[in-house]
Design a protein around this ligand. Structure first.
Ligand code: IMP
Length: 179
């Protein structure tokens, strides 16, 4: 069993599809530190969660962000705040008339077990487009890869190419070697 500290059930569904052990969702609200890179955010979140829960069981946390190239990487580590404040359609409008609509998602899974913290990352490149599709969550409707937005794909199809899918797969491969 792996304890995944997150309040986001969509992430739990995506992560469960990659792991051959059951995933337990644990709702603990760790502090998302301010940093330019999401690896630092994920590391700090895993360390804090492990200490705060305090029963000695290993934890994973996952942090992700959308980096829009024409906007110098904005919203990046601030993606959740920007989604909550101006919303994802406003992010799409910011680049609507820009010649460069490229962007990428990054994901970092951080594992903490008291002795060590390990991180695993993934990245997917795409284009910012006006919203399309009903699936997924967050920025999925405005992020297009190979002609389809992530919201136009099933969870399984998204997982095959997504930043989180890659990071979790890397974690899963390492985790299998530990038991
Ligand atoms: P956090 O990793 O939970 O801090 O989320 C960062 C922000 O990126 C939130 O606004 C999420 O909705 C968004 N986000 C994270 N992963 C994805 C994804 O796979 N698709 C679309 N949006 C995402």
């Amino acid at each position: 069993m792996i304890r995944f500290v997150t309040g986001n059930e969509n992430k739990v569904t995506e992560v469960s599809e990659h792991l051959d052990v059951p995933v337990e969702q644990f709702d603990y609200d760790y502090v998302e530190i301010q940093a330019d890179d999401i690896t630092s955010v994920a590391r700090a979140g895993a360390a804090e969660s492990y200490d705060a829960i305090g029963d000695g069981d290993a934890v994973i946390v996952e942090d992700s962000g959308l980096f829009v190239h024409a906007l110098g990487g904005f919203p990046g580590p601030y993606s959740a705040y920007v989604e909550e404040t101006i919303g994802v359609e406003a992010v799409a409008r910011l680049t609507a008339d820009h010649p460069d609509r490229t962007a990428h998602f990054e994901s970092v899974v951080a594992y903490a077990d008291g002795n060590r913290i390990k991180t695993f990352s993934g990245r997917v490149d795409g284009l910012i487009v006006p919203p399309r599709g009903d699936g997924g969550f967050g920025y999925d409707p405005i992020f297009e890869v190979d002609g389809q937005t992530l919201a136009e794909r099933t969870t399984e199809e998204k997982n095959e190419l997504s930043h989180r899918g890659q990071a979790v797969e890397r974690f899963a491969q390492w985790y299998r070697t530990q038991s």
